[in-house]
Design a protein around this ligand. Structure first.
Ligand SMILES: Nc1ncnc2c1ncn2[C@@H]1O[C@H](COP(=O)(O)OP(=O)(O)OP(=O)(O)O)[C@@H](O)[C@H]1O
Ligand SMILES: Nc1nc2c(ncn2[C@@H]2O[C@H](COP(=O)(O)O)[C@@H](O)[C@H]2O)c(=O)[nH]1
Length: 187
């Protein structure tokens, strides 16, 4: 029988560069499978249904909650986000490592249920860098950016609850640091 895969949980404020760093990590490591979340937020430029997210109406999302289809879910800036449990369990059972990129509330909710997962927080050098990255990405309105910065301030107070904190100054360095954390945990 396969050894069960490692559950990898990564969080960090919106705009810190999680998606960018994890894309590099996944490109270099075909043995890590990303989980695809469901969300009620509107698709933004570059989003692809079934690849970046499964886009749901609020009613559909609530039905999935009632049917226990999520391993965790949370409301982030007025939208629902959740991790469909079936796919993650299938891949872990196949012995694959599964990567969840989720918000802090979701990660903290998982910690009791999945103590053997590895919890990694990606942090910015400071809030000004975070704001510049969100502005530079140009996918949110100025009001939405301020909401995300406010959420970030709260999220940063929780970083010590994670097993590891990785500062994303240079994408390649952050990806390498995560890989060396994973290699240590796989030993
Ligand atoms: N180390 C870095 N240095 C400079 N710019 C970066 C770095 N990492 C990411 N970026 C840029 O910052 C912006 C935000 O990155 P990204 O979309 O990956 O963030 P995120 O944490 O996944 O955000 P969200 O949670 O909102 O999806 C992008 O424009 C990206 O190109
Ligand atoms: N608790 C969960 N949080 C999730 C999930 N999928 C994504 N996220 C987090 O939401 C925010 C905003 O994401 P965005 O795509 O709108 O920028 C970010 O922190 C994501 O990591 C999930 O399934 N559960």
């Amino acid at each position: 029988m396969n050894k069960r895969g490692l559950l990898i949980v990564v969080s960090g404020p919106s705009g810190v560069g999680k998606g960018t760093v994890l894309k590099k990590l996944l490109a270099d490591n075909s043995d890590i499978v990303p989980s695809i979340s469901a969300t009620t937020r509107a698709p933004r430029n570059g989003d692809i249904e079934g690849e970046t997210y499964f886009f749901k109406s609020v009613d559909e999302f609530k039905r999935m909650i009632d049917n226990n289809e999520f391993m965790e879910w949370a409301v982030y800036n007025d939208n629902y986000y959740g991790t469909p449990v079936k796919y993650v369990n299938e891949k872990l059972d196949e012995g694959k490592d599964v990567l969840l990129e989720i918000d802090v509330q979701g990660a903290l909710n998982l910690q009791e249920k999945y103590p053997s997962a590895v919890y990694i927080f990606i942090a910015p050098e400071n809030i000004d860098v975070l704001r510049e990255r969100l502005i530079g990405r140009n996918t949110e309105t100025p009001e939405e950016i301020e909401d995300r910065i406010n959420a970030a301030k709260w999220e940063l107070t929780k970083k010590d609850k994670y097993d590891y904190v990785v500062v994303n100054k240079i994408v390649e360095d952050a990806s390498d640091e995560i890989l060396s954390i994973l290699n240590k945990r796989r030993d």
